[in-house]
Design a protein around this ligand. Sequence first.
Ligand code: AMP
Ligand code: ZN
Length: 118
Amino acid sequence: MHDPDCLFCKIAQGKIPSRKVHEDEDFFAFHDIRPAAPIHFLIVPKRHIPSMAQLTAEHAELMGRMVVLAPQLAQQEGCNPYPDGGFRTVVNTGTEGGQEVHHLHMHVMGGPRPWARG
Ligand code: AMP
Ligand code: ZN
């Protein structure tokens, strides 16, 4: 369920402070410490899943709910409405995929352009 050495497990459990965006039974969302856009937060499942590479059919419902949460939280955090506004979602997987923290997370980025990094 949790990995005692995992940064995002500790954040999701409140053991390491973060700027919380949302919490429910299954998910925790918090602002990225190094934002790449005016609005940049991360959604993590509370249970420790290292990356998308470990997903199986049993995760389908959980991941579906994570995707549905993204637009709700984007709106809550002030992303402008689609289609002129919108947001970017990114899930990095593995070293070559650019993943630095090995606890599955979805980046949600939005706000007026230009952004800090692309
Ligand atoms: P990734 O490269 O997809 O694994 O993304 C990891 C993200 O976690 C990066 O954008 C970091 O800025 C962010 N990050 C690392 N440590 C923290 C922290 N303590 N609180 C919030 N975000 C963090
Ligand atoms: Zn974890």
